[in-house]
Ligand binder design. Structure first.
Ligand SMILES: *Cc1c(COP(=O)(O)O)cnc(C)c1O
Length: 221
């Protein structure tokens, strides 16, 4: 199958289960050409994980009105390019990063759309805030005028234990509801990847982030 065919198949599958869940095409490790191919199929939202790699592709594709989602771990010395050129950051996991992005977001641009990353599986290797700390970070981000808090994001445990995954997606849905009961008005649950997105959609995912199902296996070499 070609990239175009995999894209159309995924769009059909997604439409069959949700009318408003958005696809973020995760293009990390794949060339700008592939992004352009999907752009011509109608895709606008792309996700990237590594600042330098994303920056080079965003420069190469600057003629296209792509919506860039930064979805990788962000070090505080690398926030500037992201603050200046990304539309979304899904991986806010501490106030220090949020504050830097806020301070570096140009006045000429709309606020940066952000999600708090939640370590919902409580794995020590994972970034993200513990579920118990989400409300505190959300309250602090609310005071940063150059950021717009949209919701929550997670990378669940890499497991085919469906019950464990369900529990984690359900926890995310509950955390978003808790914040909204406090008046946050959040509309985003960024969860679901190639291996687990249909389940994530059942638990209210509004943005699924899909790499391999579209672009194929990544070469980690
Ligand atoms: C790589 C990545 C994805 C895409 O994962 P696939 O399994 O390739 O669909 C989604 N979200 C994040 C944060 C990623 O790093």
């Amino acid at each position: 199958m070609t990239l175009q065919q995999r894209y159309q198949r995924l769009i059909q599958r997604l439409k069959a289960v949700s009318t408003d869940c958005q696809l973020v095409a995760v293009s990390k490790t794949f060339p700008a050409n592939d992004i352009e191919t999907l752009y011509h199929e109608g895709q606008r939202d792309f996700g990237e994980n590594y600042v330098q790699e994303w920056y080079e592709k965003s420069q190469a594709l600057s003629a296209l009105p792509i919506v860039w989602h930064f979805i990788g771990p962000l070090q505080s010395n690398k926030t500037r390019q992201v603050a200046e050129g990304a539309h979304w950051v899904h991986t806010i996991d501490r106030l220090k990063i949020a504050t830097r992005l806020n301070d570096q977001r140009p006045e000429s641009q709309p606020p940066l759309q952000v999600c708090i990353q939640v370590n919902v599986s409580a794995e020590t290797s994972k970034s993200g805030v513990a579920p118990a700390d989400v409300a505190t970070l959300a309250a602090s981000i609310k005071h940063l005028p150059r950021l717009c808090l949209r919701g929550l994001m997670c990378i669940p445990e890499a497991t085919d234990n469906e019950a464990a995954l369900e529990q984690q997606f359900k926890t995310m849905q509950g955390l978003l509801q808790d914040l909204n009961q406090q008046g946050y008005g959040l509309d985003t649950l960024s969860m679901g990847m190639s291996a687990d997105w249909p389940l994530a959609v059942q638990y209210g995912a509004t943005h699924i982030r899909i790499g391999r199902e579209l672009f194929g296996q990544r070469d980690h070499a």
